[in-house]
Write a protein that binds this ligand. Structure first.
Ligand SMILES: [Fe+2]
Ligand SMILES: [Fe+2]
Length: 353
């Protein structure tokens, strides 16, 4: 490492992933009642204040566990492609939880695909009510074989609740698309200091690869689906809007900003989001990325036990509360979600285009 590489090692993994939902009620019920997460923030989109921004995470709102949604009703469905990532993956620590998850999800009417035994993990896949592909993965610490997995899923254990050990923890990875993995790998290495990378064949699509990008502590937290000619995607209902990576503090974020400006990468500059500070940029394929600080954190304005229980606004929006609340009420009157939803099916194999 040269002395100029001061930006290396500053990004620690994922911070949050932000998507688009059409309906708050259906979205909340799915992520809390079906996937067992906890709402940790109920607020509005700071760039579009008449629409909600919803945050769900694990019990402690751990960095890297938060899935967040802009509620934008009446959008067309998004399209996966360049600039519109393919899927995200949550970790459940133990393999034995996966058959229980499948049983639980099926009881809830969710269409489940899998198990898929990969080299480094075993996964099942679902689509949320808006169509987002969510992978639930258990890292194969104990080297689960195809036969062992087959046996474990043969007679699904009954699961009438989400047991403590089943709980989703942090994200395992997010998967955008790239058409030029060499350029993408260089971009993360040279500009964002993510030097740890690997390329492996994509077992779901012959002739294509997966480019893993990460840090030493979190290898492959981004797993790009690398393919020769993916079409352009666009953001809409059920899309991943952006992927946020975590830095420890403002100082680390400033170092990255300095690096981006030195090499001429267009970026947003640092924006105060109240619960964290954000810096936005796009990768070479047009995917929107964010670099967010761990602090101040979701407990900056609510006690840990009360997180997400009422509409909170950053202090500069508080004077507009009445106007915001009435806009939300009006939008709700025209937005009826169906529960339980008709869950979209996951295609097979799930990590192919
Ligand atoms: Fe995946
Ligand atoms: Fe974000």
């Amino acid at each position: 490492m040269t002395s100029t590489a001061q930006h290396v090692g500053l990004i620690r993994g994922l911070h949050h992933i932000t998507l688009v939902t059409s309906n708050e009620d259906v979205n909340r019920r799915f992520y809390t009642e079906v996937l067992g997460l906890r709402r940790v923030k109920l607020t509005v989109n700071q760039d579009d204040v008449h629409h909600r921004h919803l945050f769900y995470a694990d019990e402690k709102a751990t960095t890297g566990s938060a899935i967040t949604f802009f509620e934008w009703p009446h959008m067309r469905p998004g399209k996966i492609g360049l600039g519109s990532p393919h899927h995200l993956s949550y970790t459940t620590p133990k393999f034995d939880s996966l058959p229980k998850w499948k049983s639980w999800l099926r009881q809830k009417g969710v269409s489940v695909e899998g198990p898929y035994v990969r080299d480094d993990r075993t996964s099942i896949y679902v689509r949320d009510p808006d169509g987002v592909i969510v992978e639930i993965t258990s890292p194969n610490n104990d080297e689960v074989s195809q036969d062992y997995a087959k046996e474990a899923f043969r007679d699904l254990p009954s699961a009438t609740a989400i047991a403590r050990e089943m709980k989703l923890t942090t994200f395992h990875h997010a998967s955008p698309l790239t058409y030029d993995s060499e350029t993408t790998a260089k971009f993360f290495d040279k500009f964002l200091g993510l030097t740890d990378k690997f390329t492996i064949p994509n077992p779901d699509q012959t002739g294509t690869n997966i480019l893993g990008v990460g840090s030493e502590e979190r290898p492959g937290f981004l797993r790009y689906l690398a393919m020769p000619k993916p079409s352009e995607g666009y953001v809409g209902e059920g899309s991943i809007h952006h992927i946020a990576m975590a830095v420890e503090d403002d100082e680390a974020q400033q170092k990255i900003l300095k690096r981006l400006n030195e090499v001429g990468i267009e970026n947003s500059g640092i924006i105060d989001r109240f619960w964290f500070h954000s810096l936005y940029l796009r990768d070479p394929d047009g995917n929107l990325l964010e670099i967010a600080t761990k602090n101040p954190g979701y407990s900056a304005d609510e006690s840990p036990e009360k997180l997400g229980t009422s509409l909170v606004l950053p202090k500069w929006l508080e004077p507009r509360r009445a106007e915001i609340e009435s806009a939300l009420k009006l939008a709700d009157a025209n937005n009826h979600g169906k529960w339980p939803p008709d869950y979209p099916r996951v295609h097979s194999p799930p990590e192919a285009m």
